[in-house]
Design a protein around this ligand. Structure first.
Ligand SMILES: [Zn+2]
Length: 326
């Protein structure tokens, strides 16, 4: 169980991208109805547009997004492809905005200030891009992040890329660990306090999800869910369905029989959703996102059940056997 100022969340869970700019085309109220418990937000996106001050004046990120559940804000290091990291120095980072190329700075202190102004429940501390090669700077930035905190109602997770750094940073008073799915998660995780929640960042889909959970991840990403939905690729227990293709069988029923998502339960037929994609109608990707996001939460619900009876490996094997390789 993860405890936050905006409620407890059963683990493991998947956070859903909630920042406009990382759009999934689904409203927060609908996301909640689909079983989403935690939104993850991009500090970079919020800094560049609309600006943290606008969000703070509006009462914070929960009011801005109209979301009253837990929110995580990243450390600003996740950039859209057209944004550029211009410079790394001892004090911080200099970026060029993807919108107009304008420059802005991010330091360990300004990252914490942004989290506090936004009112995120969990923040990730800023780490240097060369963290694995510059242990001294990484440790210094971690300590500066801790010293910059003025609020006690927010959790601060430290981003760790190697087990050597984990041994050092695991001794500091952070509240949790964040690591990239491609790093040596087991080794890193073994070097930080047992009670820290573990956030496996950057997972695309099922393989990273199962791998992360089997290594003890509490929180994960599943970025494929909306990326695939936007091009008409829909999850089903029997594998991906390409809704844009002519069907080989009757398609007057819902996207997936038995699915509990509001696209399937309100009566939208598979052939109607295909028509929406053919007509470039915005509702198509929205319904597809709703379906895929429901699938994500349904898988996680089954995963949590399997963990409770110590049967995760068996569940993974039978699930992937039906789904096909991923
Ligand atoms: Zn559905």
């Amino acid at each position: 169980m993860l405890h936050t100022a905006h409620g407890d969340v059963e683990t493991p869970f998947v956070g859903i991208a909630g920042t406009p700019g990382d759009s999934n085309g689904v409203s927060p109220a609908e996301l909640a109805a689909l079983g989403t418990r935690v939104l993850t937000t991009s500090t970079y996106q919020l800094l560049v547009r609309p600006g943290v001050d606008i969000v703070r004046q509006h009462g914070g990120l929960h009011q801005w997004l109209v979301w009253d559940g837990p929110l995580l804000a990243d450390n600003g290091r996740s950039l859209p492809p057209t944004a550029r990291l211009l410079r790394v120095d001892n004090d911080g980072l200099t970026f060029a905005s993807h919108i107009d190329g304008s420059r802005f700075r991010l330091t360990p202190e300004s990252c914490i200030a942004a989290h506090e102004a936004l009112g995120a429940d969990i923040g990730l501390a800023l780490d240097p891009p060369d963290a694995d090669r510059d242990a001294e700077r990484t440790e210094r930035w971690a300590k500066r992040s801790l010293e910059a905190r003025t609020r006690s109602d927010q959790a601060l997770f430290v981003v760790v890329s190697t087990s050597a750094m984990a041994r050092t940073l695991g001794g500091l008073p952070f509240d949790g660990l964040a690591l990239h799915v491609n790093s040596n998660g087991n080794a890193i995780s073994a070097c930080v306090p047992e009670h820290w929640p573990r956030y496996w960042q950057g997972g695309a889909g099922l393989t990273e999800l199962f791998d992360g959970i089997q290594q003890g991840a509490d929180q994960l990403d599943w970025t494929d869910a909306t990326r695939l939905a936007h091009v008409g690729q829909l999850y089903t227990p029997d594998g991906l369905l390409d809704i844009t293709l002519e069907p080989s069988s009757d398609d007057s029923g819902p996207i997936q029989a038995g699915c509990g998502c509001s696209a399937c339960t309100t009566g939208f037929a598979r052939r109607y959703v295909r028509h929406l994609f053919a007509a470039n109608e915005l509702l198509g990707p929205t319904l597809a996102s709703m379906h895929n996001l429901w699938f994500v939460q349904a898988v996680l619900e089954s995963v949590r059940k399997a963990i409770r009876v110590d049967a995760l490996a068996d569940f993974r094997a039978s699930f992937m056997n039906r789904y096909g390789s991923a």
